[in-house]
Design a protein around this ligand. Structure first.
Ligand SMILES: [Zn+2]
Length: 345
């Protein structure tokens, strides 16, 4: 049944919403206590936060998504101590802060998160932290006129800005500006690295355009597990439909899935796509629906949408992740073939 495609952990998170709110309040009180105590002990004491600072004098940065953490690494390298909250395969829409996250957030000197309600269950913590330490919702610096406001998301913007590489460029600039503000002694170094990284993003952006243009116009339809590729579709002229809508919090509707099956069957689209951070059940039901109508469609591969690949693979960084996605999309929609994963580096 399509309605059973919602993951169990998601069902329970709905029923536990009130407990979650109480937990957030308790957690925040705990953070405030830690922050206040760190403030009073940092000058004279050798314990707690002060001890950490003596051991490692680098700027302490917390980043939420792996895409933001990767930009920090490209710009700052080893000159900051970086804590990346959400690793490979993690869904940021559902992610809740762990004890370790709270410890790192309380120690951090700079907090970088996407914003636009992507990290829906931790945004509250960051909004409150912004009154006591440097905290930035880096995707919220994109001009409002460039944001998508899909009707299904009831007035909220689409937070998945990273797959329009030129839009992500704006965010990377903001990440660099925050690093320079927090750590001015390294400003020159950060700016040099930023310029090199922006050059790489520009090359990538052109390559993505060329690759997508090589797919026939009537085959440029991308059905994915959730609606993470809206900006990608606008930037590179691809029709994009997500089975689960813009956040994985909402469930796929039977009506939407039926319409998708109609479209895929009529246009003889060769493939749909799973995502590394979302359950494949809903997308599998689309494939089954098409096959029941005699249209032999397949899952063309698993795209990285809201998280990057496992450390040590070619997709453990933003440039590699985008290249992998594009190769997967082009192979599937042009030839109906699955892309052979590049070897690890
Ligand atoms: Zn998403």
């Amino acid at each position: 049944m399509l309605t059973s495609s919602l993951p169990d952990h998601l069902k329970s998170s709905f029923s536990n919403m009130e407990r979650v709110m109480v937990s957030i309040k308790i957690v925040f009180s705990f953070i405030l206590l830690l922050s206040v105590s760190a403030f009073f002990t940092s000058c004279a004491s050798e314990t707690g936060g002060a001890e950490y600072k003596t051991a490692d004098n680098r700027l302490k940065v917390v980043a939420t998504t792996s895409m933001i953490a990767d930009a920090v690494l490209e710009i700052a390298g080893d000159s900051v101590s970086l804590y990346s909250m959400m690793g490979p395969g993690v869904d940021p829409h559902l992610y809740k802060a762990t004890k370790s996250d709270i410890d790192k957030i309380s120690e951090a000197e700079l907090i970088l998160y996407n914003g636009l309600n992507l990290e829906a269950k931790v945004t509250d913590i960051f909004a409150r932290m912004s009154s006591i330490k440097q905290t930035a919702a880096v995707a919220e610096t994109i001009a409002d006129s460039l944001l998508r406001y899909p009707s299904a998301f009831k007035g909220h913007p689409d937070p998945h800005v990273w797959f329009d590489v030129s839009m992500w460029r704006t965010v990377v600039n903001e990440i660099a500006a925050e690093l320079c503000l927090a750590d001015p002694k390294n400003e020159e170094y950060y700016k040099k690295n930023l310029n090199d990284y922006l050059d790489s993003l520009d090359v990538l952006n052109l390559w993505v355009k060329e690759q997508i243009e090589s797919i026939a116009d009537d085959q440029r339809v991308m059905v994915t597990a959730h609606d993470a590729f809206g900006y990608f579709g606008l930037a590179y002229d691809m029709e994009v439909l997500g089975v689960q809508g813009i956040s994985t919090v909402t469930e796929a509707g039977l009506y939407d899935i039926t319409k998708m099956i109609d479209l895929l069957t009529e246009r003889k689209i060769k493939a749909v796509f799973a995502e590394s951070s979302v359950s494949p059940k809903a997308i599998e039901s689309v494939v089954e629906g098409c096959q029941a109508r005699g249209h032999n469609i397949r899952i063309g591969g698993t795209l990285f949408s809201d998280a990057m690949g496992t450390k040590g693979t070619s997709e453990d960084n933003f440039l590699g992740m985008v290249r992998y996605n594009i190769n997967t999309i082009v192979n599937a929609l042009k030839y109906g073939k699955e892309y052979e994963r590049a070897s690890s580096h």
